[in-house]
Design a protein. Structure first.
Length: 202
């Protein structure tokens, strides 16, 4: 659910569009990048239309009873580990957009692009608690700033970066979801740019 302030009161705005990615990080997996000693992994996201707001959340482990459907995006190691729910991590997420990539034909240019950050989130009290009882799952709500090109939610290539709050291993199952208050037909999520381009150019 999104948030909106009307007459100084905060109200909820339903996200009418929601896409899900089910993933699993196997122990010892090679990270996409190491930042400040932390192992970072990326989910690449194609947003095909201007959005007034995006909600990004990540839950680890995948909540009991939730399984990927045919319409969800699925990571390569998810199917083999779908029943495993003992491993999980303290999620920490960020959302970034690649500069200058506004066409699906240019998605592979993300390999050398400059990335602009929309912010980060570590712990959210609004998210379900982990098996430990701690509310260490993550949630971001980003409102488009139309007057600021670096903070506008325009058509383009984005990436969700995730790691742990403390330096350590990222391992176990996770569910990443992207929501918007408007329909965004053609959204795609993948752990690599090549597969993302194939998804959105079908």
């Amino acid at each position: 659910m999104g948030k909106k302030t009307v007459m100084r009161k905060e109200i909820r705005v339903p996200y009418t569009d929601l896409v899900s990615y089910y993933g699993y990080i196997v122990p010892g997996a090679v990270p996409d990048e190491t930042r400040d000693g932390k192992k970072f992994y990326y989910l690449y996201l194609w947003i095909p239309a201007v959005a007034p707001e995006l909600g990004i959340r990540m839950i680890s482990p995948i909540p009991e009873g939730m399984k990927a459907s045919e319409t969800d995006f699925i990571g390569v190691d998810y199917a083999a580990n779908a029943a495993e729910n003992k491993n999980y991590f303290d999620t920490w997420i960020t959302l970034e957009r690649a500069e200058g990539i506004t066409s699906a034909d240019d998605i592979l240019n993300g390999k050398t692009a400059t990335w602009n950050s929309f912010g980060v989130n570590d712990d959210s009290g609004e998210m379900p608690a982990q098996p430990s009882g701690s509310k260490y799952n993550s949630l971001m709500r980003i409102t488009s700033e139309t007057g600021n090109p670096a903070k506008a939610l325009v058509v383009g290539l984005y990436r969700i970066g995730f790691t742990t709050y403390k330096v350590g291993e990222v391992q176990g199952g996770f569910l990443a979801q992207v929501g918007a208050p408007v329909k965004l037909p053609g959204v795609g999520i993948s752990a690599n740019l090549e597969d993302l381009q194939k998804l959105v150019k079908k």
